[in-house]
Each structure stands twice: as C-alpha cells, then as structure tokens.
Ligand binder design. Sequence first.
Ligand SMILES: *[C@@H]1O[C@H](CO)[C@@H](O)[C@H](O)[C@H]1NC(C)=O
Ligand SMILES: *[C@@H]1O[C@H](CO)[C@@H](O)[C@H](O)[C@H]1NC(C)=O
Ligand SMILES: *[C@@H]1O[C@H](CO)[C@@H](O)[C@H](O)[C@H]1NC(C)=O
Length: 178
Amino acid sequence: MWPKLNWLSLFVIFYSITEILSRVEFTNIKCDCVDKEYCAVDQCYLKSINRTYKYLSIKVNLLKPLVTNVMVNGAMLKRANGYKPFLYNITIDFCRFMKYRRSNPVALYALGLLGTNTNLNHSCPYHGVMFVDKLPTSFINHQITEILPFPEGDYMLEYRFSSENINRAVFQVYGTLS
Ligand SMILES: *[C@@H]1O[C@H](CO)[C@@H](O)[C@H](O)[C@H]1NC(C)=O
Ligand SMILES: *[C@@H]1O[C@H](CO)[C@@H](O)[C@H](O)[C@H]1NC(C)=O
Ligand SMILES: *[C@@H]1O[C@H](CO)[C@@H](O)[C@H](O)[C@H]1NC(C)=O
C-alpha cells in the first residue's frame, strides 16, 4: 500500500528536495602553502561544467613527509563586516585522528566530505602528491544540507595545517547559503 499523501505533503516533499539541491553555492577556493619548503600547490580550483555540475580539484605536493606532529585547525566563518568565527573551531592532531577516527565525530564528518576521489584516506605517514580530484560540489551539498540548518549568508571553511606551532598551509572554501 502507498502511504496516504495529500497535495500539501507532496508539495512539502518536493519543496524540501529542490531546497536541498539549491541551498549551497560554492563560490571560491583558495590554497596557500604558507611555508614554501613544506609544500607546493599544484592545483586548486572550482570548475563549472554546466548549471548542475561543478567540481573542485586540489593537488598539493608535500615537500617534507608528514609523519607526526601535524595539527589541523578547522573553523567555520560567516561574513558580516568581514568573516567572523561561526559555530565551529576545532583543532585536532591529524595523524592521531587518521589512526583513531572515531575519536572525533566532527572531524570524521569533515573527512567524509572529501568523497572517494582522494588519496588522503589513510593513516600517516603522507608523502608526495596529495589530491582531491574532481569532487562534485553536489556531493558536498548533499552531505551538508542534510544536517545543517544554518542561516542564509556567505560562509568560509578554513583549514590551517601547522607543525611545531608554525603555520604551514591554509585552505579556504567559500560558499553562499540561500
Ligand atoms: C552537465 O555535465 C555533465 C557532465 O558532462 C552531464 O553528465 C550532465 O548531463 C550535464 N547536465 C546538464 C543539465 O547539461
Ligand atoms: C580558532 O581558535 C584558535 C585557537 O583558539 C585561534 O587561534 C583561531 O584564530 C580561531 N580561528 C578562527 C577562525 O576564529
Ligand atoms: C576510508 O577508509 C576507511 C578505512 O580504510 C573506509 O572504511 C572508508 O570507507 C573510506 N572512506 C572513503 C570515503 O573512501
């Protein structure tokens, strides 16, 4: 038996689906190897193929192997007279996290956003070229909008990699929620 659906509930279902598909628009991505002896950015871009297919690609060459002692600070910022901290600001020991992923559900969630076209999904050490290849923004959208009822606005996700308390690399992803 089909469940009983009236026009109103059909409308609500349809509206929720279109809303999920249209809520986040990725607008920019920036990758900066602050320490030029630590890494080099080979690729970092967002590309629109057509109205529904947009992807991001990042390729970073690690000049020094990443073995241990790497901290990642992930923060969310919302624009209001410049970007201001919003809700999340989390620092993790990257290698420890990659080994014991369940230790941090929020970081695990963020890792999941990278999808499967990446060679980041393993534990330390890391060396050579690290990439996230042609990750469809629709994939990220789907994951984000499913759980996050955030207010409209311009947002930025920022990931800072550091070791020995020195900033090594910064990645920023910009998007608009409407
Ligand atoms: C957008 O491009 C993708 C990949 O080329 C294609 O599969 C898809 O059908 C296109 N969508 C539209 C609406 O043209
Ligand atoms: C997040 O917290 C760290 C440590 O308190 C701070 O240095 C950093 O500036 C914060 N990031 C943002 C975006 O506010
Ligand atoms: C990442 O690796 C873990 C363990 O090897 C696996 O369970 C998980 O499905 C992988 N995730 C992705 C997105 O490939």
